[in-house]
Design a protein around this ligand. Structure first.
Ligand SMILES: [Ca+2]
Length: 407
């Protein structure tokens, strides 16, 4: 060992020692152990990726509560405790308390279910108990291509465990249309004032994806609309010339996970490139970077654009994953049944085949925990009983619903 190396080693050791208290909690190992796709990229702050596992992790038991279901995309609990589910091919069902899918709900509009398209998210209107109205997003075939659209309808359940959608109206269309079958998003989340956040994708291909930075395009955005699909008057770009007034935030890739936190604020997890999935708390008018600024690399292994991970006037993700988890649905845990998870985000992973639990410290991630479920997870919800429910999907096109409880 040369004297210089010794000196450097000494310096590093000394630094690590001095920094000890600040990094004390990083003694626990991160859940992720696989090599990064972009090992030269460095996080912008501590715990922006590979946060350590928590010291205390609950023992989780799993129970399949429904199986043999069609290929589901999303799930929502009805006020009576039954589940309302969407199937990618374009069907909607109510799952009985016994875990049986009821007859197909009538009146669901035709959806484009090829590729990543289909019947996507479903959400109950805030006044569902009196109005019966639901909102759902889907890939819509259009004359000039296709795109993600949002419809509203009145769900009228029947005694046979099925029901009918009445007064179906498409209230919002992501524009422009594009002739592709990838990156449709989407999730629907009602905010505390009844505003509806709609997340979409940027349609993936090189030509449309750059429009994530373009305020005149609806690709790669989070939207904020009212119950009729109109822009809210206090949206950030209502007075910006040529901007689409429904835009809330920009620079997103493919947003398939979104939820409110305990303060009623929107959080999202988006599919990034290879090694670039990210957690954000989208704020009004802010730019989340894609495709100019991102962690990760193209599927080919090449840089995305200039290969930069930070730039002025773009937001750093609160957290990112390299390798990716391939996020689907997410939920905020405010139940009591699993106390260790109180205040955590639960994110479904398609590729990671389980639920990712993000323990927060304010608006930063303190710990990342993984619950392996050995199945692609398409959606995650917290039940009225405080248990966590994960929707699985198989490559052969069927789904189950798995209940997670603390043992
Ligand atoms: Ca980003």
């Amino acid at each position: 060992m040369t004297r210089l190396t010794r000196l450097l080693t000494g310096t590093i050791l000394a630094t690590a020692f001095i920094a000890g208290p600040a990094f004390a909690q990083t003694a626990a190992k991160p859940a992720e152990t696989k090599a990064a796709n972009a090992p030269d990229q460095k996080p912008a702050f501590a715990n922006q990726t590979r946060a350590p596992q928590p010291a205390q992790m609950p023992k989780i038991a799993t129970e399949t509560v429904a199986e043999g279901l069609p290929h589901l995309w999303s799930m929502e609990f009805l006020p009576d405790g039954r589940m309302l589910v969407t199937a990618k091919e374009g069907a909607m069902h109510i799952i009985s308390d016994e875990g049986e899918a009821g007859p197909e709900i009538k009146g669901v509009p035709k959806v484009l279910s090829g590729g990543q398209g289909g019947l996507l998210d479903v959400a109950l209107a805030p006044d569902y108990e009196t109005s019966g109205r639901i909102y759902f997003s889907f890939s819509e075939e259009r004359e000039d291509g296709n795109g993600t659209s949002v419809a509203s309808a009145k769900l009228v359940p029947d005694d046979a465990g099925g029901g009918t959608l009445e007064d179906v109206k498409v209230v919002f269309q992501q524009m422009p249309s594009y002739d592709g079958n990838k990156h449709f998003g989407s999730r629907l989340v009602f905010g505390p004032k009844g505003e509806l956040y709609v997340t979409v994708g940027e349609r993936s291909d090189p030509e449309p994806r750059v429009q994530a930075q373009d305020l005149s395009s609806g690709l790669g955005k989070v939207f904020r609309i009212d119950a009729d699909g109109k822009a809210l008057s206090d949206n950030p770009f209502v007075s910006t010339q040529n901007a689409r007034p429904e835009i809330w935030s920009l620079g997103h890739r493919n947003l398939q996970a979104a939820t409110l936190d305990g303060q009623g604020r929107l959080w999202t997890v988006e599919h990034g490139p290879k090694g670039g999935d990210e957690l954000n708390r989208p704020e009004a008018g802010k730019n989340y970077g894609w495709p100019e600024v991102t962690y990760g690399v193209e599927y080919s292994g090449r840089n995305v654009g200039d290969g930069i991970t930070a730039k002025a006037e773009t937001e750093q993700p609160i957290y990112y994953w390299d390798p990716v988890i391939a996020p689907s649905g997410m939920a905020y845990y405010d139940g009591d049944a699993i106390p260790e998870w109180k205040g955590a985000f639960l994110v479904g992973g398609l590729v990671s085949q389980g639920v990712v639990v993000l323990h927060m410290d304010g608006d930063k991630v303190a710990h990342e925990e993984r619950v392996p479920l050995n199945a692609r997870i398409r959606d995650v919800k917290v039940g009225p009983d405080g248990a966590v429910y994960a929707v699985t999907e198989s490559r052969s096109g069927s789904s189950t619903i798995v209940k997670l409880t603390k043992t």
